[in-house]
Write a protein that binds this ligand. Structure first.
Ligand code: PHB
Length: 394
């Protein structure tokens, strides 16, 4: 068995783990990033595509990525579409803010390139990763391709290993909060030009639909479906029929069509585990909490966790006082719960529940009418969507 030593062992080499490794490197703290997935698998798994403005600032100010400002697209609003008419929520006007369309896979590629450029120790495609002794002398073990066992000793272990986190189980005495939803999203990547300059969140009596974008000739779209839906049984025509119906209306809007390049069904749930720390183990991002995708908060929350954690770790290492680690969980969770509420609220305002009554439907339409018809309602949505400030304590 080979043994390596580092200050921070980061389990999970997605955007959260890599950004943490980068911020620690800038603060002169060394880390090793360990992931059971391959680089290829992470780079080809489609995730959401919206960055809050403070996420963009964090990536650019820390020197991790300037490409977001070149290849990303700034969006200053979204359309809420219901009763066949689109209503724009103007982020600039209501929150003096914007967000950026920039896919998570690109964030990953930028951060990976940044850490590689700085000679970061990144280990992907590992087998049997496990964490040990998180209360006193934490270490991580894994096997490599030829089956030999490696050990990484660290002062701190960070679980950045996503929604199926292995690290999560090592937090002693944790409380878990769950909310399941009786539906899922059918996601497609299609070869078509954009249908609108910004994203469209549509509420229809058949269910929700979202028109997002990727490039000039590839778009990302979703529609609400049954959680047990099998995407392989859906023809392109059937998919377009659903999307057309849910976006139909009388304001002249037309959906651009094209070949369906990829299709999948996305799980849908809200989850929080508290606390996010046990001894020398700390959880960031989906390892500690999951949001439904309405509002695209998942990646943004993970990056906000990392920002707080990097600051706390820097203080711990410069003062050699690891008691400051106790601040992390509460500081991160304040934002997590706000985002939980926002994602839940956007979800329930726009989706159809299986046993919806006529009353529920009229109430839902009245809620949407109130939001788009009121400056304070629109400001509430705009603030939440573009992200609450990350500077200072929440
Ligand atoms: C996406 O572009 O994939 C996306 C955008 C907004 C969401 C969810 C997903 O709320």
């Amino acid at each position: 068995m080979t043994t390596t030593r580092t200050q921070v062992a980061i389990v999970g080499g997605g955007p959260a783990g890599l950004l943490l490794s980068h911020l620690l490197h800038v603060a002169d703290i060394d880390s090793i990033v360990l992931d059971t997935r391959t680089h290829h698998r992470i780079a080809t798994t489609h995730r959401a595509g919206i960055l809050e403005q403070d996420s963009v600032r964090l990536l650019t100010d820390s020197g991790a990525s300037d490409r977001v400002l070149v290849d990303g697209h700034e969006h200053e609003g979204i359309d809420l579409r219901f009763d066949g008419v689109s209503h724009r929520i103007d982020f600039r006007r209501h929150a003096d803010a914007s967000c950026w369309l920039y896919p998570q896979t690109d964030v990953f590629l930028d951060l990976h390139a940044c850490r590689t450029r700085d000679d970061g120790d990144l280990r992907y495609g590992l087998g049997d990763t496990d964490i040990h002794d998180v209360d006193d002398h934490p270490y991580v073990t894994y096997t490599d391709d030829d089956g030999s066992v490696h050990r990484v000793d660290a002062d701190i272990v960070v679980g950045a290993d996503g929604s199926r986190s292995m690290c999560r189980a090592s937090v002693r005495g944790a409380t878990q909060y769950f909310r399941e939803y009786p539906f899922a999203w059918f996601g497609v990547m299609v070869a078509a030009p954009p249908s609108a300059p910004e994203l469209i969140y549509a509420r229809h009596r058949d269910g929700f639909a979202l028109i997002s974008q990727r490039t000039a000739d590839v778009q990302r779209m979703y529609f609400q479906c049954d959680a047990a839906e099998d995407p392989s049984t859906w023809s392109d025509d059937r998919i377009w029929e659903q999307l057309r119906t849910r976006l139909s209306g009388h304001d002249g809007f037309e959906l651009e069509h094209g070949a369906v390049l990829e299709k999948s069904v996305l799980p849908f749930r809200s989850f929080v585990q508290t606390p996010l720390r046990s001894g020398r183990l700390l959880l960031v991002g989906d390892a500690g909490h999951t949001v439904p995708p309405t509002g695209a908060k998942g990646l943004n929350l993970a990056l906000a966790d990392v920002r707080v954690l990097a600051e706390v770790l820097e203080r711990a290492f410069t003062t050699a006082d690891f008691d400051v680690l106790s601040q992390y969980s509460d500081r991160a969770l304040a934002r997590v719960w706000k985002a939980q509420h926002f994602s839940y609220w956007m979800t329930t305002m726009l989706h159809r529940l299986p046993d919806t009554s006529d009353f529920d439907e009229q109430r839902q339409l009245a809620e949407l009418t109130s939001i788009v018809g009121s400056d304070s309602g629109s400001a509430y949505l705009a603030e939440g969507y573009t992200g609450w400030p990350t500077t200072g304590r929440p």
